[in-house]
Design a protein around this ligand. Structure first.
Ligand SMILES: [Zn+2]
Length: 269
């Protein structure tokens, strides 16, 4: 399968032609052992054509009632889903007592509330070192997105997926790395809805619901969705049941020295 798509930084909008509008434990703890080396999964580009059939992601289960599972798609290396996630949140920086500090705190509260919703379904451990995280939440508005017709569009949030080979406890494994960009300019409720939506992408829901009452709605309804709907929950539960999660192709990773390339910043576009 000579697909190279999905081996570099992926923005959901570019990858699935969809629109992505829309919070400590210590690093190295049992839930999030230190990542001692990290390599982009770019070597899958050469290896992808040689992946044995048994290692191809299996076909997903039929769409389940009460979900929008049929709107989700795996990456070429499998479903980017995990039972447990190590999450880093950009720390507060502004001195207390300023308007900027208030916005930061409102942002952090919204992100934490959104994480608490997803934590009902997933294991989530906050880490202090961004290099240890599979999901990194940045306090910044996504850059303008250039559309195919030349126009640009602004978004309040964006999730960018990258597939990595990561060595933890002397063992290499394939992991998703998702950069989540959420600005501070929305009102607190809208900001929380944005965080809930973008974190849904980050935790593996790379697709959208067609119903506005769902957190993962393709188009937001009149009221911000601050809680996961039954369909959101059932869709995540469906995803967690899928076999064929991310896996390494049958090629040795680069040496750790060569592999330790600096992580790109959240320059999603
Ligand atoms: Zn989206």
């Amino acid at each position: 399968m000579a697909r190279t798509q999905g081996v570099g930084p992926l923005r959901c909008a570019a990858w699935l032609a969809m629109v992505c509008l829309a919070a400590p434990a210590q690093a190295g703890s049992g839930s999030c052992p230190d990542a001692t080396a990290t390599a982009p999964l770019r070597w899958t580009a050469a290896a992808a054509a040689n992946i044995a059939p048994a290692q191809q992601p299996p076909a997903p289960e039929p769409a389940a009632a009460g979900t929008y599972s049929q709107r989700l798609a795996p990456t070429p290396a499998g479903w980017p889903v995990r039972d447990h996630w190590c999450v880093w949140i950009e720390p507060l920086r502004e001195p207390a007592g300023t308007a900027a500090a208030l916005r930061e705190r409102q942002w952090l509260h919204a992100v934490q509330q959104a994480l608490a919703e997803w934590q009902q379904l997933l294991g989530i451990t906050a880490v202090e070192d961004p290099d240890q995280a599979q999901v990194r939440i940045w306090r910044r508005r996504p850059p303008l997105q250039r559309l195919s017709d030349g126009r640009t569009r602004a978004s309040n949030g964006r999730a960018v997926l990258q597939l990595l080979a990561v060595q933890r406890q002397q063992r290499w494994q394939a992991e998703p790395r998702v950069e989540v960009l959420i600005g501070t300019t929305q009102n607190p409720r809208a900001l929380q809805a944005t965080a809930l939506h973008e974190l849904g992408h980050a935790f593996g829901l790379w697709g959208h619901s067609d119903q506005s009452a769902d957190a993962m709605a393709v188009q937001a309804g009149p009221e911000p969705v601050l809680r996961l709907s039954a369909r959101d929950r059932q869709t995540m539960q469906w995803l967690l049941r899928q076999s064929g999660r991310l896996q390494l192709p049958p090629a040795p990773p680069e040496s750790p020295a060569a592999a330790r390339s600096p992580q790109p910043g959240p320059t999603a576009d």
